[in-house]
Design a binder for this molecule. Structure first.
Ligand SMILES: Cc1cc2nc3c(=O)[nH]c(=O)nc-3n(C[C@H](O)[C@H](O)[C@H](O)COP(=O)(O)OP(=O)(O)OC[C@H]3O[C@@H](n4cnc5c(N)ncnc54)[C@H](O)[C@@H]3O)c2cc1C
Length: 337
C-alpha cells in the first residue's frame, strides 16, 4: 500500500510529527518487485523503517520515500537434540520471536526480551542487553535491494558485528534485511552474570531455571527502569557508551575514582549515562525535551518536541562531555534529516 504526504508520528517511538512524501508498506516479495519495476516509487532519499524505535525524524517534512517493513513469518528450518535453527521475517516483532523461542524453552535470546524492535532492525545495530547480543545467536540473513533487484546472503562474519554495530548500520545503499536465521539451544546455559539480574535474583530469593523465566525477569527489570515510549516517547539510549584508550581512562580514574568502566576489545568502555549524569543533565528538561530522571542516557519527548530541540540538546550534551571528560559521544539513534 502506498500513502502520499503521510504523517508518521505514530510510527516512531519518539512521537515526532513528520510528514513523509511517500510511505510504502511492504508485506511480501511482490511488494518488493513492484518497487523495483516502478522506479518512481523511490526518491533521491529513501529510508527503511521497522517499528521506529531507533529512528529520529528531525524535520517536519521528509522529502523522500519511507519503506515500512511488515513481512511476517517464523518457521523452524532444522533441529537436532541440542539445537534448533529458526527463520524469521524482518517485519516480525522481535518480542514475538523472543516469546516464541522462550515458550519452547529454546535459549539464546531470552536476555533480549522487551527490546522494542522489528526482527530486521535487531540485526542493523546488533541489539544487546543484559549480557547478550543478537550476534551470539545469528547465523545468516537474506537481503534485497529494490534499486538493483539483487538478493544477497550474509553470514555472521560478513555482518562485521560489533557493539551496537553491523555493516547495515550506516549503509548508503538501500539494502533491506528480508529474513534472518538464528541458532538456539535446547539445554541453554542461562546468563545471570549481569549485575541487575544477579541483584534481583538475590533480593527476591528466586530461582531462574529456564529461558521463559529469564525473559520475564528481564522484562520486569526493564519495565522498572526504562520509560515506556507509549507514556513518555523516547528512542532508548540516545548515545552509545564511548570506548577510550587505557591512558585516557587512567587519567580520568585519578579524578573520578568511581567512574564505571567495562573491558572492551578496543580499550575501555565508559557508561555514557554516568558521564551525562556527572555533567548535570540527568532529569534536566529543556523546552519539550530532556534527559530522563532515572536514565540519564534516554532523551524523552515531553510533548510536541521539535527536531531542532532534540538536535540542540544533543549538541549541548556532546559539548559538555567533551569539555569535562575530553570524550566524544556518538549517537546511537538514527538521525533522519
Ligand atoms: C525504550 C527503548 C529501549 C531500548 N532498549 C534497547 C536495548 O536494550 N538494546 C538495544 O540494542 N537497543 C535498544 N533500543 C533501541 C531499539 O530498540 C533498537 O535499535 C531496535 O533494533 C530498533 O528496532 P526498530 O524496528 O524499531 O528500528 P527502526 O527505528 O525502525 O530502524 C532502526 C534502523 O534500522 C534500519 N532498518 C529497520 N529495518 C530494517 C530492515 N529490515 N533492513 C535494513 N535496515 C532496517 C532503519 O533504517 C534504521 O536505520 C531501545 C529503544 C527504546 C525505545
Amino acid at each position: 500500500m502506498i500513502h502520499s504526504n503521510y504523517n508518521i508520528k505514530h510510527l516512531n517511538s519518539f512521537g515526532l510529527s513528520c510528514t513523509v512524501n511517500k510511505l510504502i508498506e511492504i508485506n511480501n516479495e511482490d511488494d518488493l518487485y513492484l518497487i523495483n519495476s516502478n522506479p518512481d516509487f523511490l526518491s533521491t532519499k529513501n529510508i527503511i523503517l521497522g517499528l521506529g524505535s531507533n529512528s529520529v525524524f528531525v524535520n517536519d517534512y521528509f522529502n523522500g520515500t519511507v519503506l515500512l517493513i511488515k513481512n511476517k513469518g517464523i518457521k523452524i528450518i532444522e533441529e537436532d537434540k541440542d539445537s534448533i535453527i529458526i527463520e524469521a521475517y524482518s517485519g516480525e516483532d522481535w518480542n514475538d520471536l523472543v516469546n516464541f523461542a522462550c515458550g519452547n524453552s529454546w535459549g539464546g535470546i531470552e536476555n533480549l526480551a522487551a527490546v522494542p524492535s522489528s526482527v530486521g532492525a535487531a540485526i542493523v545495530q546488533n541489539i544487546g542487553a543484559y549480557g547478550q547480543e543478537i550476534k551470539d545467536s545469528f547465523l545468516c540473513c537474506t537481503t534485497y535491494n529494490p534499486q538493483t533487484n539483487q538478493w544477497k546472503e550474509y553470514n555472521n562474519e560478513e555482518c562485521k558485528f560489533d557493539y551496537r554495530y553491523s555493516i547495515f548500520k550506516y549503509q548508503t545503499q538501500l539494502e533491506i534485511i528480508w529474513k534472518i536465521r538464528l541458532k538456539l539451544f535446547k539445554k541453554p546455559k542461562l546468563n545471570i552474570s549481569y549485575s541487575a539480574i544477579k541483584e534481583k535474583i538475590e533480593s527476591e530469593a528466586i530461582e531462574i531455571t529456564n529461558p521463559k523465566q529469564m525473559s520475564q525477569l528481564v522484562t520486569q527489570i526493564r519495565n522498572s527502569k526504562l520509560p515506556n515510549p507509549k507514556e513518555l516517547p523516547n528512542a532508548g539510549s540516545f548515545f552509545k557508551n564511548p570506548v577510550i584508550n587505557q591512558e585516557h581512562f587512567n587519567s580520568l580514574k585519578e579524578t573520578y575514582p568511581q567512574i564505571p568502566s567495562y573491558p572492551s576489545l578496543k580499550g575501555v568502555k565508559i557508561a555514557a549515562g554516568w558521564l551525562i549524569e556527572q555533567a548535570g543533565w540527568k532529569g534536566k528538561r529543556v523546552g519539550n525535551v530532556g534527559m530522563h530522571e532515572k536514565q540519564a542516557l534516554v532523551m524523552v519527548n515531553y510533548g510536541n518536541a521539535k527536531g531542532e530541540e532534540i538536535v540542540n540538546l544533543a549538541q549541548e550534551i556532546e559539548k559538555s562531555i567533551k569539555n569535562i571528560f575530553n570524550i566524544n559521544l556518538e549517537k546511537e539513534v538514527h538521525i533522519i534529516l
